[in-house]
Design a binder for this molecule. Structure first.
Ligand SMILES: C[S@@+](CC[C@H](N)C(=O)[O-])C[C@H]1O[C@@H](n2cnc3c(N)ncnc32)[C@H](O)[C@@H]1O
Length: 203
């Protein structure tokens, strides 16, 4: 029995930019590979307007060796460890705005770190994940519990392959979560990228 989910995995949806995948509609392995790769870089059409809206990103704690999203970029290659290092201590400001597109295999660890850092005084964390609100472990434990806002991106985001700068879309949508404070400019930029919802707690 087929379902809408089969369409998502096969890439045969036609309204969200995945149309070019129709020729590969039986190649599900490739899509799973795409989901599991941990080095996909955030495309400029996502990170640039966000950076502009917050007056510049102070820190990217999990930067790729080729990415320069933050004023400060923590890189494994330079001996940094964004999961261990203090984000306030590493950034050049006492109330930093931090942008996190983590290795998706380690979402829980990075989400826990983001929540801890906001509780330690980081002003704003803008955090990229799959838009998997059905995922009980990390979505409900961290995003549903601690976020301020979530933007569900319209269409599939095309990420950049670090090996050859080619672009590709994973077989899931993208959510951009804000932990901590969100300025009006940031919310308006997120509203351009998708559908923004505010998290209500303590009902
Ligand atoms: C999905 S990529 C995102 C790269 C970049 N932040 C961006 O948005 O384009 C995740 C990156 O995190 C880096 N990374 C993984 N673990 C890390 C750690 N503990 N500290 C710093 N960087 C890490 C990997 O090298 C990888 O390039």
């Amino acid at each position: 029995m087929s379902s809408a989910f089969d369409d998502v995995i096969s890439g045969s949806e036609d309204n969200d930019g995945t149309i070019e995948r129709e020729s590969e509609s039986n190649d599900t392995t490739r899509h799973y590979d795409l989901a599991e790769k941990d080095d996909w870089m955030t495309p400029p059409e996502i990170v640039d307007p966000i950076a502009e809206s917050v007056g510049g990103i102070d820190l990217d704690p999990c930067a790729h060796e080729q990415s320069t999203h933050g004023d400060v970029n923590l890189r494994l290659e330079d001996g940094d460890d964004g999961l261990e290092d203090s984000w306030i201590a590493k950034s050049n400001t006492i109330n930093p705005v931090v942008f996190v597109n983590p290795p998706f295999s380690y979402k829980k660890e990075w989400l826990q770190k983001a929540v801890d850092e906001v509780q330690n005084g980081v002003e704003t964390v803008i955090f990229i994940t799959p838009d998997s609100a059905d995922t009980i472990s990390w979505w409900h434990q961290y995003i549903a519990e601690y976020s301020s806002y979530v933007c569900f991106c319209e269409g599939r985001v095309e990420y950049i392959d670090d090996t050859d700068d080619s672009k590709d879309r994973p077989p899931f949508g993208t959510a951009i979560t804000v932990f901590g404070k969100a300025s009006r400019d940031l919310l308006s930029t997120l509203d351009e990228l998708g559908h923004v919802v505010e998290t209500v707690s303590d009902i």
